[in-house]
Design a protein around this ligand. Structure first.
Ligand code: SF4
Length: 754
């Protein structure tokens, strides 16, 4: 048994008391999101009402999930904490590093050859520190979590933005950076700004060609890619109860595409059915005992405008199927209108590929609905005009679909069944039919369709739809095909109209799997060796950072970043993903995307020791080799974007002592603090203009570093003149202790050994 029923019983035992207390302190009925949040406060029973969108609150998540790309640095860091075991149930999932090319068997074999050192490392660390491990081929993190670990009313974090998928089973599940996961694995609280709440009231029932995917495609069109930022989206109403649990998962999954903190649904019969079908009767029985605590209060759903910050209403009876795209998931178009829009915008009408699956849409219901369309093509002698690719979400779903003849239907249409892994959804796709940058169109049932996402080609126009709509469009080979009104010509020259899709919510014979790919944690991992080849280019054990100390003099300006500087500018993704487990190698991308204010070029800064210009990492390495700290200066909202900790670890590794900016994106600022370096803001923003290319920096009062006390820096210019600049910071005493110890992990380790 993979899930931990005792942990869940403990959560439920506290739930009633904490929720009742929360209702008292908040002074009004509660949404489901509030119930889960207040029931998971780090300090136990709620004692005050938090201000949404403002207060930072410490939480105690129940579970953690890591995927193979992000797990590497998270686990390397965790190893620094000096703990024998993870403090909270955690699983590692190998799904991102498997390239789709020829089909499941050869692709998995190749991945096991090319990434074996990463997989072996993740397996051995998991074994040593008590994490559950899901081997390559076992499935995609979020599908595996939904099938095995998600439970109504729970809170989990995961090092992947689509962790939110578990909202389909009534969780508050949130994607985080590795540093946050490490904190919780090491037994610390997890901090989150108390979210705002968006309510989506669903009425009616899905019918015809419309699916759960169309709900979120519609919501994305309404809210756009930024509309959910800082908010939990809570779905409710009679329409919500009419959706399957996995359909709810699809909707929550794509909450990431509107920037939402997460999305969730109240516990209902569909969740109970799914729990029982996935062999979790114990959880369903326990959840039934506290049912009213696992959904929002009746008063909230009766008058949602009073309790949510924003309310949207969607009638499922009249909702039509959508295809969103290209290049952004919020460009929503009803299927019947897409042809005209495509012609107007010169989007290629010919569809080259239809891709079905991913963590977003590979439930039994999804596959059977799509198969019901594929079967019509097979039975009625219609040749599919596009290539088909299927990536099942887990071995359990693949095995069950194969047993029930569902995969055979796709194979009869010449579909390639890829590994149970992310594959084309994350650009792990060796697309044989196209090389180069030709303009082309694909349709898929994934979640993201940004430029280059699937195949690296900026001219691939990707459209997102439900699996059944993807099947229909791929069979027709045309983006302007409307299966509700148009017909197709079969090989006998007959006009055929496709019938509406039909699927099964759950497998009538139950789910089954022979080799799930799960490796349970061992009781005592102390004897397990974690070996990393010192010559590896992909993995490197971390050394604890040495404290920077309270005397910084003679530091050099490394770069004065001009304009936007996101975590992508600081630590680029793409080909660099390969080095995510190797701090020294990935540091070669440090700030290479940032524009230098002097000369307005990227990755071109002055080395003050030589007078020559060079790449940012090279110049930083030269300062470091000469025992000189460097300083990075930046503009507004420095470090916005993802929460990846590499953007803070790389500068720390290359000898940057401080980052001084007009303002920070908060998560990045916290990440800098965790790595034991200084994140400072100009007290007077216009002082940014005083900083010159050849500046040497002295910290005048770092020896009295204290909460709420500004720090003063002296900038000595090339001509000997000086500017004294006052800087602010937001360090509390605990964070100053991180700085003094060299990093938060150093402090945890010290406390552990104490
Ligand atoms: Fe992320 Fe796609 Fe993998 Fe899901 S299938 S975890 S969205 S890469």
């Amino acid at each position: 048994m993979a899930f931990d029923i005792d942990m869940i019983k403990k959560v439920y035992a506290n739930m009633a008391e904490r929720v009742d207390k929360a209702r008292e302190v908040v002074g009004k009925p509660l949404t489901l999101s509030e119930k889960i949040l207040y029931a998971h406060l780090w300090d136990g029973n709620p004692t005050k009402a938090f201000v949404r969108g403002k207060d930072y609150v410490d939480f105690a998540p129940d579970r953690i999930a890591l995927q193979d790309a992000t797990a590497q640095m998270a686990l390397l860091q965790f190893m620094q904490a000096g703990k024998a075991k993870v403090a909270v149930p955690t699983t590692t999932h190998c799904d991102h590093l498997i390239q789709a090319k020829q089909g499941a068997v050869p692709d998995l074999k190749r991945a096991n050859e090319t990434s074996n050192e990463v997989f072996d490392f993740l397996a051995s660390v998991s074994k040593k520190y008590g994490l559950g491990f899901w081997k390559p081929g076992a499935g995609i993190i979020h599908q595996v979590v939904l099938e095995n670990y998600a439970f109504p009313g729970g809170m989990m974090i995961g090092t992947d933005s689509h962790t939110v998928n578990a909202g389909g089973l009534g969780m508050v599940a949130i994607g985080v950076g590795g540093a946050d996961a490490v904190d919780v694995m090491a037994g610390m609280a997890w901090e989150l700004k108390f979210p705002k709440l968006i309510g989506v009231k669903l009425t009616g029932s899905l019918n015809g060609w419309t699916s759960a995917k169309d709900v979120i495609l519609k919501v994305a069109g309404i809210l756009t890619v930024k509309g959910g930022t800082g908010a939990i989206v809570e779905y409710f109403g009679p329409g919500a109860k009419n959706l399957s649990c996995t359909g709810k998962g699809t909707i929550c999954n794509m909450g990431a595409e509107i920037g939402a903190t997460t999305s969730t649904f109240g516990y209902d019969d569909s969740m109970e059915r799914y729990l029982r079908a996935t062999d979790r009767n114990d959880i369903a029985d326990e959840a039934n005992k506290i049912r009213e605590y696992l959904t929002g209060d009746d008063e909230v759903y009766a008058s949602p405008e009073q309790y949510f910050d924003q309310v949207i209403e969607i009638n499922l009876d009249t909702l039509g199927p959508h295809l969103n795209g290209p290049f952004t998931p919020d460009l929503a178009t009803e299927v019947g209108e897409l042809g005209e829009k495509a012609r107007k915008n010169d989007w290629p009408l010919k569809v080259d590929w239809g891709l079905i699956g991913s963590c977003t849409n590979s439930s039994y219901e999804d596959l059977t609905r799509a198969a019901s369309i594929a079967k019509q093509a097979v039975d009625k002698n219609i040749k599919a005009k596009s290539d088909f690719g299927i990536n099942p979400g887990s071995e359990q779903i693949r095995f069950t679909a194969e047993r029930d003849g569902v995969l055979k239907i796709f194979e009869d249409l010449n579909a390639t069944i890829f590994t149970n892994a992310c594959g084309p959804c994350i650009g792990q796709w060796d697309r044989s039919d196209r090389k180069g940058d030709e303009k082309n169109t694909i349709v898929h049932s994934f979640n993201r369709n940004f430029s280059k996402r699937a195949d690296g080609n900026p001219n691939t126009h990707a459209f997102v739809g439900s699996p059944e709509m993807v099947a229909a469009i791929a069979i027709s080979g045309r983006l302007d095909f409307d299966p509700m009104n148009d017909t197709l010509l079969n090989e006998d020259g007959q006009e055929i109209k496709l019938d509406e899709p039909k699927g099964l919510e759950l497998p009538p014979l139950g789910f089954d799997v022979k080799e799930s790919g799960y490796v349970a944690p061992v009781e005592d991992g102390s004897k397990v060796d974690v070996s990393v080849n010192p010559n590896s280019e992909r993995l490197q054990l971390l050394e604890p950072f040495t404290p920077i100390g309270n005397k910084i003099t003679g530091a050099k300006l490394l770069i004065k970043a001009f304009g936007k500087c996101t975590t992508d500018h600081i630590s680029m993704a793409g080909p660099w993903l390969r080095f995510r487990g190797h701090l020294d190698n990935i540091s070669n991308n440090m700030l290479i995307g940032a524009v230098n204010a002097f000369g307005k070029k990227t990755n071109f800064v002055k080395n003050q020791l030589t007078g020559e210009y060079g790449g940012v990492p090279d110049v930083a390495r030269d300062y470091k080799a000469n025992g000189i700290y460097s300083i990075v200066v930046g503009d507004h909202n420095y470090g916005e974007g993802s929460s990846r900790e590499h953007a803070a670890m790389e500068p720390r590794h290359l000898g940057v002592a401080a980052v001084l900016v007009k303002s920070f994106a908060r998560i990045h600022e916290t990440n800098l603090k965790k790595q034991g370096m200084l994140g400072l803001t100009f007290a007077n923003e216009s002082d940014y203009d005083l900083i010159q290319e050849d500046d040497t920096i002295n910290f005048l009062d770092l020896d009295s570093f204290a909460p709420d006390k500004p720090l003063t820096l002296e900038f000595v210019h090339a001509d000997g003149s000086k500017d004294v600049i006052v800087t602010n910071h937001t360090y509390n005493q605990a964070q100053i202790d991180w700085y003094n110890e060299g990093s938060a992990l150093n402090l945890i380790k010290k406390e552990n050994n104490a």
